[in-house]
Design a protein around this ligand. Structure first.
Ligand code: ZN
Length: 239
């Protein structure tokens, strides 16, 4: 294991596959890593329970002493704004503007801004998020340029250099499983498969090959497809 980057990092850990992989990526890279999560009245609150299981599992992985405290912020204001299938019991559908109604306007901008404020208080210099332009639903706040612009705005607004890292920006879900395997082998893949949560509807009553979920919402479909693509090529070799 090479010497870690001495900067201190804060990972946006939702409890999903992407952010869990990002946490492992950060632990492999930085000497000190803290996590932040947001309770915003999401329908898939199951992901909040997954955060602690993922953190516990990652403590046991080969990056001892690097995982620092967790921070959970309550962000009621997003549900108050309303209108998203992520916070309201409405069917997932496409909106007239071409975005699915699972889009929560401003969510990632707000989360990164709150993370930056916490990073300021905690003396952390790097923010890590699982956003991706490859396998996304067209969410404009997951785009590379959005986050690069935000990095500049936050660094200026806080008068403190902040780096926003998005290790999954240009890889798809199959690539995300491959990255997890590269970072922590079969044990990390299994931890993420069982203990991360992706399903928009919050279902965890049935364990599929790719993990828990309803199997039919857009998030489950994407996760299942990526798993199958990765597993077909790699599973026999890494079991
Ligand atoms: Zn689902």
């Amino acid at each position: 294991m090479s010497a870690p980057d001495r900067r201190r990092a804060l990972v946006l850990l939702s409890g999903g596959q992407d952010s869990a992989t990002c946490l492992a990526w950060a632990l492999a890279r930085y000497a000190h890593v803290e996590t932040i999560g947001f309770d915003y009245g999401q329908r898939h609150r199951a992901e909040l329970d997954c955060r602690q299981r993922l953190r516990a599992g990652l403590q046991a992985m080969p990056w001892p002493g690097r995982l620092g405290p967790d921070h959970l912020l309550t962000v009621d204001v997003l549900a108050q704004l309303g209108g998203s299938a992520m916070t309201e019991e409405v069917a997932i559908a496409m909106q007239q503007d071409g975005l699915p109604n699972t889009f929560v306007p401003g969510r990632n901008l707000l989360f990164f801004t709150l993370a930056a404020a916490l990073a300021y208080r905690r003396g952390l210099q790097v923010l890590v998020g699982g956003m991706s332009e490859t396998d996304y639903s067209g969410y404009p706040d997951c785009r590379d340029n959005t986050l690069k612009a935000l990095q500049v705005a936050l660094s200026l607004g806080l008068e403190r250099p902040l780096t926003l890292e998005t290790p999954l920006m240009w890889i798809d879900k199959a690539g995300t499983w491959a990255l997890a395997h590269q970072l922590g082998g079969g044990a990390l893949v299994e931890l993420i498969r069982r203990d991360s949560h992706t399903c928009y509807l919050g279902q965890r009553d049935r364990l599929h090959g790719w993990g828990y979920g309803c199997g039919s919402c857009p998030a489950c479909e994407l996760r299942a497809q990526g798993w199958t693509q990765w597993a077909e090529k790699n599973r026999p070799a890494c079991a």
